[in-house]
Write a protein that binds this ligand. Structure first.
Ligand code: AMP
Length: 422
């Protein structure tokens, strides 16, 4: 019997992991520039962190991994990053020490979805949250950050789609308008949407079954139901985007898939070969009720998240290499078994001096060792042979110029450090 990976999961193999590391480096670098700090929360939470009464998105109602642990506690593997971050923000009373907490996270999420290219049951997201202050300039910072990040990856045609749901009152007015709009069509909507009409008609707008329903296409848009404060807030966000020169378009139908959003919602797109409508790389928005719902004070936040698999697929489609995998500085070839202990010492010295180096544990023959060294694209070969060793030397060969020199044993690391430029 062979044991395979769980359906909808994948392995990052050693040859591929440098791409993930390079992506994470850019994420960390960009977010640090904007003064956000990393937070790491557990992959599992008590179920109520996600299964909140007001949360009716498919992601939470149909796609979570819920289980009882051995102590009969109801736990859920996180399907998204924000709720856990807010749980921690509240539990650790981070609001007490800072007016505004600027956080980012990177980690796996779990959703029981139908697996397909770029969609997995365990997938990685990085996300950003700015919690504690409601200020349109902060909303614009979040959007600028997301836009800047995607541009830093080297992707072309980056643009923002933005909309607003307005404050609570505007959102309620909009929900009522949606409810009256959908009521006459209720019997032609899918089963779930028939319930959504009473609980949260906004969710009908992103229903996968009813997406082509004429009533969905003709549904009212939030912009028509904004009160003056909400309109002013949105205008201010836009002004800041314009000041920076962000490419944006107002997307009146954009509502985003989670139930906690209010005011600004947005998505970032880029032109990606072969992606078609899948060119949304990340999205987010402002939330007002979430901190309170998770037991904290009445404080709002804004955030966004990006799926990392999709980013890597986008880079591949656009032939963008973030970094070339760094190859070895030095590789040790041993021509006689009796010199192995000496080789261990040289290897340790090289590594101790930060030279990335290795030796062969599988092949005895010089040919086998050499082949492997070249496959590893080692820059220098340290060749340890009996005669040279007796005289206090090793051979060091530059694999690019093919020049080989005899170097004193006591000078090996110094010589290589200078050559490699460390
Ligand atoms: P969401 O949290 O649903 O707004 O999704 C944000 C981003 O996460 C999307 O744009 C996707 O790139 C990514 N994403 C969501 N679900 C999955 C999944 N099952 N597999 C891979 N990426 C996903």
């Amino acid at each position: 019997m062979s044991i395979n990976r769980v359906k909808g999961t994948y392995d990052v193999l050693p040859q591929e992991s440098y791409k993930w590391q390079a992506l994470e480096d850019i994420i960390r670098k960009t977010l640090t520039l904007y003064n956000y700090k990393e937070m790491r929360t557990p992959m599992m939470e008590y179920s109520e962190v996600f299964h909140r009464q007001s949360e009716l998105s498919d992601m939470v109602t149909k796609e979570t991994y819920d289980f009882l642990d051995r102590g009969d506690r109801k736990l859920t593997l996180r399907p998204e990053g924000t709720a856990g971050v807010i749980r921690s923000y509240v539990e650790n009373k981070l609001y007490a020490s800072q007016e505004l907490e600027k956080i980012f996270y990177i980690g796996p999420n779990f959703r029981y979805e139908r697996p397909q290219k770029g969609r997995y049951r365990q997938f990685y997201q990085f996300g950003v949250e700015a919690i504690g202050t409601v200020n349109p300039q902060l909303d614009s910072e979040m959007i600028i950050l997301a836009y800047d990040f995607i541009r830093r990856l080297g992707l072309k045609g980056v643009r923002v789609r933005i909309n607003t749901l307005g404050d609570d009152a505007s959102r309620r007015a909009y929900q009522e308008a949606l409810e009256s709009h959908f009521r006459p069509h209720v019997h032609t909507l899918c089963r779930d949407c028939q319930e959504r009409i009473d609980k949260n008609p906004l969710r009908i707008l992103d229903c996968k079954i009813d997406q082509h329903h004429v009533a969905v296409k003709k549904a009212p848009v939030p912009l028509d139901h904004l009160n003056s404060e909400s309109k002013a807030y949105f205008d201010e966000v836009i002004k800041h985007l314009e000041a920076v020169g962000i490419v944006y378009e107002i997307a009146p139908k954009l509502v985003r898939g989670l139930d906690y959003y209010s005011h600004t919602v947005f998505e970032i797109e880029a032109d990606i070969e072969g992606f078609g409508a899948q060119n949304v790389l990340g999205g987010g928005g402002r939330y007002q009720s979430l901190v309170k719902e998770l037991g904290g004070p009445d404080l709002g936040g804004i955030g966004f998240a990006c799926g990392m698999e999709r980013l890597l697929l986008a880079l591949e489609a656009e032939h963008i290499e973030l970094v070339k995998e760094k190859s070895l500085d030095a590789y040790i070839l041993v021509l006689d078994d009796s010199l192995k202990t000496f080789a261990s010492k040289v290897l340790y010295d090289l590594r101790h001096q930060d030279l990335q180096s290795d030796i062969n544990y599988s092949f005895k023959s010089f040919k086998g060792q050499l082949k492997h060294a070249l496959k590893m694209e080692a820059r220098y070969l340290v060749i340890i042979g009996q005669d040279e060793y007796q005289q206090g030397f090793v051979g060091i060969k530059d694999t690019q110029t093919e020049v080989q020199e005899n170097i004193k044993i006591s000078e090996i690391t110094q010589y290589l450090k200078e050559k490699v430029g460390k």
